[in-house]
Design a binder for this molecule. Structure first.
Ligand code: 6CS
Ligand code: FE
Length: 289
């Protein structure tokens, strides 16, 4: 299932698996919210965390980005052009505050409900899309990468992006194609050695063909994740998404938590020679509690 990064790029195929695996009785989302999430592939919750919490998380990001000793850590990815911090992976290991957030019932309860099981963190990162120089991510499905390079068998993972700055339509906000998660689009190109060293700065391999993106865009349209700081975007691992550059003075920072079902633990990569490091694709499936 879900063949990708083969020599001859196959065409898009239908997703074989549900988006919502749990029930209304399993957590905070109501029946209507779950039905909408199943159909659209994403859910935006405004006021997900309070202004005080946003301030606390922002202080953490500032502290981490300013910590010179971290710069040498491979979990810190910098912007190619400016050298500024672009992302910090496995961020809950650097911040007790963010670690607590991953276990907060508002977060963990929803992840378990959407995935219908105990969950663990597949990947976490904080993204600092700085003003003026922030560069975005081309169109992609996260699941395509996690399947090909991390050995994630099924799209039974969900991401929660918590905005720490206002997400305007113009400052590099995430764009999603609603409903595109129900189509699996193979990525083009064989995975080079250590692809993550470049793909986390700018992904080239495993991206969909322009033809596939065109088809999805005409079928589903494009929505933007806009909203005040403190908003959360929950999105399915396979939804087609991307973000533009940020040339405005307004930074776009977020905390990005990826939950995987403990029943969907990583296997051998389906489209790469070697698995990626644990800080990008966690293989410790101890359930979050
Ligand atoms: O390769 C990855 O795992 C990361 N790349 C992108 C562009 N989004 C998902 C994930 O953080
Ligand atoms: Fe992504």
């Amino acid at each position: 299932m879900y063949p990708t990064r083969e020599a001859a790029a196959g065409g898009p195929t239908a997703r074989e698996h549900p988006t919502v695996w749990g029930a209304p009785s399993d957590g905070p989302f109501g029946a209507e919210e779950l039905a909408a999430h199943e159909l659209r592939g994403f859910t935006i919750l405004e006021d997900f965390v309070s202004d005080e919490e946003v301030a606390t998380f922002s202080d953490e990001l500032t502290r981490l980005a300013g910590d010179e000793t971290l710069r040498a850590d491979e979990r810190v990815v910098t912007e190619a052009a400016s050298g500024e911090v672009r992302s910090i992976f496995e961020v809950q290991r650097f911040s007790a505050v963010i670690d607590a957030l991953t276990r907060d019932p508002r977060v963990l309860g929803r992840a378990r409900q959407l995935l219908g099981s105990d969950v663990y963190l597949h990947q976490t990162r904080v993204n600092y899309m700085p003003g003026f120089k922030g560069t975005g991510f081309y169109w992609h499905s996260d699941f395509e990468t996690w399947h090909a390079e991390d050995g994630m068998a099924l799209p039974r993972a969900v991401s929660c992006s918590i905005a720490l700055t206002e997400n305007y339509p113009f400052n590099g906000g995430l764009m999603v194609m609603p409903g595109s998660h129900r189509t699996f689009v193979p990525g083009i190109g064989a995975t080079p050695e250590d692809n993550y060293r470049s793909s986390l700065k700018a992904q080239e391999i495993g991206v969909p063909t322009e033809e596939a993106v065109t088809g999805l865009a005409h079928t589903h349209g494009i929505d933007q994740f806009t909203g005040p700081a403190g908003s959360a975007l929950w999105f399915d691992s396979n939804i087609m998404h991307g973000s533009g550059n940020n040339i405005t003075p307004f930074p776009r920072s977020n905390i990005f938590l990826v939950f995987n079902s403990v029943e969907n633990a990583l296997d051998e990569p389906y489209g790469a020679a070697a698995p990626r490091p644990g800080y990008i694709a966690n293989r410790d499936t101890t359930p979050l509690a």
